[in-house]
Design a protein around this ligand. Structure first.
Ligand SMILES: O=C(O)CCC(=O)C(=O)O
Length: 338
């Protein structure tokens, strides 16, 4: 069987040609420094107004932050990472039973980003799952490892709760009613990408994932504790985000940029790879309901001082546009500007 994925156990001594980026588009790893002051927000902070102002500052200045004391149990996190690793350690024949390059599939193992559209591939395999409602989607998830569905379901439930608490805090930080962002987003979908980046023979020549912003509303990222790889763009420079024990990385996605009328930024980020160790990350995406109309609540829009930056659109329209393009093109929201 043709090895469509790179987590096949094959050891590469050099990078296959179709993964090599042109010299103008490489990670320049020597120029990347550590991001020392990533906001680390304590979700258990008893002072609500302090918490809200920290979240507001982080969303405005960075578009991303980390949270600790976030309410997702240690056990759920540890089991999630363990079962993800067990999945990618399965024999390649077993994994390939789930392979698809069709982005409309609600459960698939795939590779790179959009293999049918792109010319240069990314050094990543990923398992993509729809996760809400669980009763609808969990039955189609992998049956191997046998505990996969139970462990991932528990993790998804806990992460969803955290996502809602964050959205409430983000709404308050914009001076809105706590429910108002959730009201715009409707009955939210939840997707997961379990990303696996095998050791790469020439990490300077390629990406795990090139620079992109997330098309959804809010992303809750769990990083492999042992191996760094996430980088974010801050003031025109790429900075490496060291995994923090017991913390999630939270990314503002394109939809929150739109709902906040551009006050909060959907952050550009990328994943780089390394020659020594595989890396794993688990991204949970909260997505607006497909037919929700994305538009900034009235208090954020003023005809003269702050006119609406984006036209109204449905998430279904946005998502279709996002997947019709390459990942590292211009910000997809640019196409929805007034
Ligand atoms: O692996 C990472 O750290 C980043 C993952 C990511 O950006 C994504 O799945 O969209």
């Amino acid at each position: 069987m043709e090895a469509k994925v790179i987590s096949s156990g094959v050891k590469y001594s050099s990078l296959p040609r179709n993964y090599v980026r042109p010299a103008s588009d490489r990670p320049n790893l020597a120029e990347v420094s550590d991001f020392h002051n990533v906001p680390l927000i304590d979700m258990a902070c008893p002072d609500r107004s302090l918490l809200i102002s920290q979240i507001g500052d982080a969303c405005r200045d960075f578009g991303f932050f980390q949270v600790k004391n976030h309410g997702v149990s240690k056990v759920a996190v540890e089991r999630m990472l363990k079962v993800a690793k067990e999945f990618f350690d399965l024999p390649v024949e077993e994994k390939l039973k789930l392979y698809s390059d069709d982005p409309s599939k609600t459960m698939r193992l795939s590779t790179s980003f959009n293999v049918k559209k792109e010319t240069v591939h990314n050094w990543r395999d990923y398992l993509r799952l729809h996760c809400y409602p669980l009763e609808t989607y969990a039955p189609e998830w992998p049956h191997n490892p046998p505990s996969f569905r139970e462990i991932v379901s528990d993790y998804c439930r806990e992460v969803r709760e955290l996502g809602f608490r964050l959205q409430e805090a983000i709404a308050e930080s914009l001076g809105l009613e706590s429910e108002s962002i959730k009201n715009v987003l409707g009955e939210q979908g939840q997707h997961m990408a379990v990303n696996y980046y095998p050791p790469c023979p020439e990490p300077d020549l390629t990406y795990g994932l090139p620079a992109h912003t997330d098309p959804n509303a809010l992303t809750i990222l769990l990083q492999d504790l042992d191996v760094a790889g996430l980088q974010v763009l801050k003031d025109g420079k790429w900075l490496s985000v060291k995994p923090h024990p017991n913390a999630f990385v939270i990314n503002i996605g394109d939809q929150l940029q739109a709902v906040s009328n551009g006050n909060y930024k959907s952050v550009w980020h990328r994943a780089v790879v390394n020659a020594e160790k595989p890396r794993l990350s688990v991204a949970s995406f909260l997505c607006p309901c497909n037919d929700s109309v994305i538009s900034a609540p009235k208090p954020l829009v003023d005809a003269t001082a702050s006119p609406p930056i984006y036209r109204d659109f449905t998430y279904a329209e946005y998502y279709a546009k996002f997947w019709s393009r390459n990942l590292d093109q211009e910000h997809c929201l640019e196409l929805f500007k007034n």
